[in-house]
Design a protein around this ligand. Sequence first.
Ligand SMILES: [Zn+2]
Length: 300
Amino acid sequence: MPELPEVETIRAALSRELTGKKVKSVTVTNGKLTKRHKSVKEFRALLEGHTVKSLGRLGKNLIFALDSGNHLVVHLGMSGQLLRARSAKDPKPKHTHVVITFSPGGELRYVDPRMFGELFVSVAPPEGTKIDVSPYAKLAVGGDGVALRAKIPELADLGIDPVEDVVGWDRLAAILRDRMTPLKAILTDQHVICGIGNIYADEILYTAGLRFDRPAGSLSTIEVRRLHRSIGEVLAEAIKHGGSTLSDEQFVDPDGKPGNYQNFHHVYGREGEACPRCRSLVKKLTVRGRATYFCENCQA
Ligand SMILES: [Zn+2]
């Protein structure tokens, strides 16, 4: 499943090209993907004729700000891809379910074989409406995340976005304190911290030298600081390398190119290989139905 670095890679690739372009027409061939709307017609009407002002991201959601004040939100689900094409004449990949045509020129195609993704236009709430923004997100001391959530009620309950929201280690310590929840469960709980999934949780915990099942409240100050630093470092490195493309080859950027960060994974997908730090073998366990990779020797 695409996580924060993959969605950020897509955002960066599309941002310059689509900003300032107008949505000319929208085709939806499977209404399941736009099911938040009464009808496909309603979804199309909220997009057509409107200009893209900017591209943003919160957690695993890609956000197109429109000149109407509304926002197109795209979530790739398990297997969604957003691919650009120069014109309608370019051959369409199998499982293309939504096509957005821009003026002047260019198309964006939403491709999704498994159809767990979704697209919707969030209508801006009337001015003065009180929106319950996530109390975790409100811990941010910088960034535009809180303001963005207030404009998109459907995303208001997303927790801290580790790239968009500026949150210091002391705030993270306050969140972890007094909790018995295992660390990996907290890192992947989108209501607490958004954007981190199975791959990056394992890589972050390895980098921080912490086991996935450590109760959150058991961390020392030094360990919290290490975890905080690892979250930032691992996500930044992954973005720099264009995200991770696993052997299923689901994630590609808008030009169909895979990411490169899988070559830098320390533990994820490396069961039985030598730990880069201590050379003991990387272990894999299935925890709550998800694969978890770690080094027993390096992660305490
Ligand atoms: Zn090790």
